[in-house]
Design a protein around this ligand. Structure first.
Ligand code: ADP
Length: 443
């Protein structure tokens, strides 16, 4: 309701008062006294009302203001309306916040509100069960004092404003697995969400155990078939038809052996969370050996190889895994580059950390495939991949090896021009010998 305008009534009342006062002064002949007394009466009236207003605002939470008449009555009514509206708004706001908090409280996922330095501001019931937080005791504590898993501490130590996820055993019950999500919001606030992914993890473990077991069981019969086919090929040399069949048998057995080996390697990479058996690797030496092997593989296809490696720049990691990843990148470059093409391998460091690049002048990859290349069995051209003995698992292996070394894979490619596969390693697993300088060699 809009308050009415009090001024017309006020003006009428003021004119009436002046007329009455004038009449009184004229009748008594005391003009000065009459108007002086009237002015004093107005001041006293205002002071009384001001005092009542001040006491009402300062001392009472009551909604009803003091009663008065005239302009003061209008002011009190206006203030009453304002206070009423503001209380209604407060109530609505409180109920909105309560409803919002109740809905977050009821969520099965843990929700924790963190300050900029990861201190706990608020959390819901699920956070108590999943993360082991206790209300009051843990309020204002750093979350890393309660969830102390090294992966979690490392996860929070990365300063970025992008939302990230991490998989972790639950602090209260290591049988349970959690997926933790950290979402920055407002200026310096974080929302930490955790959900129970035990069932999903169990399914994932079952799947990879199954693949690993089947691959393991297939290995022995395959080795036997391969061995027998090798001995047979000498025996049937003078029968061309039989020799062709035995050759086919050996070729397919070898393909399956590669597939099984790759599947087993992938299963092993997936089962551990970090790269074991690490040591400081002389990457330039490793790359030189791989290029020698590449040259043999290239054979008559006569690719030109270039190694540009920063001597003395060591990388900490698992040699077998990294060798396998680098070999996959290099051998892919050979397979997918036409005869006589150029293949460049670069190892060095820049602001991003350690950089390993394998660049070729090959057939390239259409942009729509790049995103999916590291998926198992994903091939751009299945026929071409199979004909050269590819398993479709090479880049999946590369991705897993890099993940276990906290590294990233970037793929840049232009169809018909060539591809560049870049591995970015964190600076903390790099070591440079005192006089490391860039040495470029052409092999
Ligand atoms: P594959 O055993 O089929 O090579 P990978 O996982 O190693 O499996 O590679 C997946 C697919 O990515 C390949 O089938 C191929 O189409 C494409 N690819 C990989 N490396 C290159 C490259 N250097 N140039 C062009 N295409 C490539």
């Amino acid at each position: 309701m809009k308050p009415r305008n009090p001024w017309p009534a006020m003006q009428a009342r003021a004119i009436l008062s002046l007329v009455v006062l004038g009449l009184l002064a004229w009748l008594t002949g005391q003009w000065l006294l009459v108007f002086l007394l009237a002015a004093v009466a107005v001041v006293v009236w205002d002071l009384v009302n001001l005092r009542r207003l001040e006491r009402w605002l300062r001392l009472t939470r009551k909604l009803d203001p003091p009663r008065s008449t005239g302009l003061w009555g209008e002011i009190f009514d206006g203030l009453y309306l304002m206070r009423q509206r503001s209380r209604l708004r407060d109530k609505q706001r409180r109920s909105l916040v309560r409803n919002y908090r109740d809905s977050i409280k009821a969520m099965p996922d843990a929700t924790v509100v963190l300050t900029g330095d990861y201190r706990i501001d608020w959390f819901n019931e699920a956070a108590r069960n999943l993360l082991g937080l206790h209300w009051v005791r843990d309020e204002g504590q750093r979350i890393t004092n309660i969830v102390r898993h090294p992966d979690f501490v490392g996860f929070l130590s990365v300063t970025t404003r992008e939302s990230r996820t991490l998989s972790l055993p639950a602090p209260e019950d290591p049988q349970k697995w959690l997926e933790i999500r950290l979402i920055p919001y407002a200026k310096k606030r974080f929302l930490l969400l955790a959900r129970d992914t035990t069932a999903l993890k169990r399914l994932e473990t079952m799947r990879s155990d199954f693949v690993a077991n089947v691959s393991h069981e297939l290995r022995t019969p395959l080795t036997v078939i391969y061995g027998v086919s090798e001995s047979l090929s000498d025996e049937v040399a003078d029968d061309p038809d039989l020799a062709r069949s035995v050759h086919l048998l050996r070729e397919q057995a070898e393909r399956m052996k590669h597939l099984v080996d790759d599947l087993l390697l992938l299963a092993r990479l997936e089962s551990g969370t970090e790269a074991g058996n690490g040591h400081w690797l002389d990457v330039p030496a490793l790359l030189a050996t791989l290029i020698e092997e590449g040259r043999v593989l290239s054979g008559e296809r006569a690719h030109e190889f270039e190694l540009d490696a920063k001597q003395g720049l060591f990388l900490y990691g698992n040699e077998t895994e990294l060798r396998s990843a680098f070999a996959n990148l290099l051998f892919n470059a050979i397979h997918y580059t036409p005869d006589g093409g150029h293949i460049r391998v670069h190892w060095g460091s820049d602001m991003r950390g350690g950089v390993l690049e394998v660049e070729d002048t090959g057939i390239g990859i259409e942009p729509e495939h790049i995103e999916r290349l590291t998926e198992r069995f994903y091939r751009v051209d299945t026929g071409r991949s199979k004909s050269r003995g590819g398993t479709g698992l090479g880049l999946a292996i590369v991705k897993h090896v890099l993940m276990r070394h906290d590294a990233q894979l970037r793929i840049h490619s232009e169809p018909g021009k060539g591809s560049r596969f870049t591995c970015l390693f964190p600076a903390r697993i790099l070591r440079s010998s005192a006089n490391g300088h860039v040495e470029t060699s052409r092999i």
